[in-house]
Write a protein that binds this ligand. Structure first.
Ligand code: TXA
Ligand code: MG
Length: 316
């Protein structure tokens, strides 16, 4: 399918979902909301469609994609879930959780999805729109976050259009996403599960708590966990208690700023707003951002992870 110069903006209703499923079936690219962030979806079995994701995002081909499926059964058809993983999903796939497991032999995934590895990242998104799309499409959807590689993730259809408009076929507008930060990624390739990325699920799942506090030095990383990521145009100074000359301050709790993550110090509210504020700063042409300290607890760990990467030195 050739990329259309204009990106269709679809409503999150039955007609929009069925149009989106048809585009995916033809090998097109459709951005869609999940409970975490917007994903840029393609048929995970279609080699050309998956290649088009990497092209639209400018994503390095060594960085594998998460495969989204409708339910645990569909996940088991693609990956081999060890017992520890099975126990996590026994009562339904937890919200915002991605599991890295061995690929099942004979799975019909495009090899580009896993970047040639023998493992696959699997996720069952629970938002109504993502579920409806997976049911209508009736197949696995490969989807990274819907943003140009290295930039800020999208939590609204507007963010998607600003970053990828004209380079993808459609976006389903389901409004702002519920959580605002990406899924938690846990690897089950070793006997003990390993946390690969802090995310929205870490605070919600009891079983995850015991392995969600790795030290910074011994933490294995996902191929995509590059130092600079989630970067707005502005430079970022962390743990700021006040704005210096020329800076726009993002406040939290008692530190009030020009923009605010959460005046009441609510970490979930801060997670929901973080990427939206970074997009807003870009839109306003801000060149220097300073961000108030965020407590390193619960989802605050995921917020700080994103902020550290957003603040990291960039090549370009
Ligand atoms: O919430 C989310 O996870 C969103 C929504 C759209 O599902 N997706 C997302 O995808 O954040 P992406 O591509 O931006 O980040 C996925 C991360 C990357 O760091 C990638 O390297 C890692 O998952 N990953 C994918 N497959 C992997 C694998 N087989 N082994 C290890 N890491 C993997
Ligand atoms: Mg991403």
């Amino acid at each position: 399918m050739t990329r259309s110069p204009t990106t269709e903006r679809l409503k999150a209703d039955a007609e929009g979902i069925s149009r989106a499923a048809a585009i995916l079936s033809e090998g097109g690219l459709v951005a869609f909301p999940t409970e975490t962030v917007y994903g840029l979806g393609a048929d995970a079995r279609n080699d050309e469609a998956v290649a088009a994701i990497f092209e639209a995002k400018g994503r390095p081909s060594f960085n594998p994609l998460i495969v989204h499926v409708a339910n645990t059964e569909a996940a088991r058809r693609i990956g081999i879930l060890p017992e520890t993983a099975e126990s996590l999903v026994a009562e339904g796939w937890p919200k915002a959780l991605t599991l890295v497991v061995p690929v099942r032999e004979g799975s019909d995934l495009s090899p580009r999805v896993t970047a040639g590895q023998k493992s696959v990242a699997l996720r069952v998104p629970l938002s109504d729109v993502a579920q409806a799309l997976l049911v209508a499409f009736d197949g696995p959807i490969a989807a990274p976050s819907a943003n140009p590689s290295g930039r800020v993730s999208s939590t609204t259809a507007e963010h998607v259009l600003v970053g990828l408009g004209g380079r993808i076929d459609a976006v389903i507008d389901g409004g702002p996403t519920e959580a605002g930060l990406e899924s938690t990624i846990v690897s089950f390739l070793e006997p003990e599960p390993v946390l690969l990325r802090e995310g929205t699920a870490s605070v919600e799942i009891e079983e995850l708590k015991r392995f969600t506090t790795p030290t910074a030095t011994d933490r294995p990383i996902s191929p995509g966990q590059l130092a600079s990521h989630y970067a707005p145009r502005a430079t970022i100074r962390l743990n700021a208690t006040e704005a210096r000359e020329g800076e726009t301050l993002i406040g939290f709790g008692p530190i009030s700023g020009d923009l605010t993550l959460s005046a009441s110090g609510d970490l979930n509210e801060a997670a929901r707003k973080l990427f939206a504020l970074l997009h807003e700063a870009d839109r306003a042409g801000v060149t220097k951002l300073a961000v108030a300290p965020i407590p390193e607890e619960g989802i605050g760990r995921a917020i700080n992870d994103r902020l550290r990467r957003a603040a990291a030195p960039r090549d370009a």
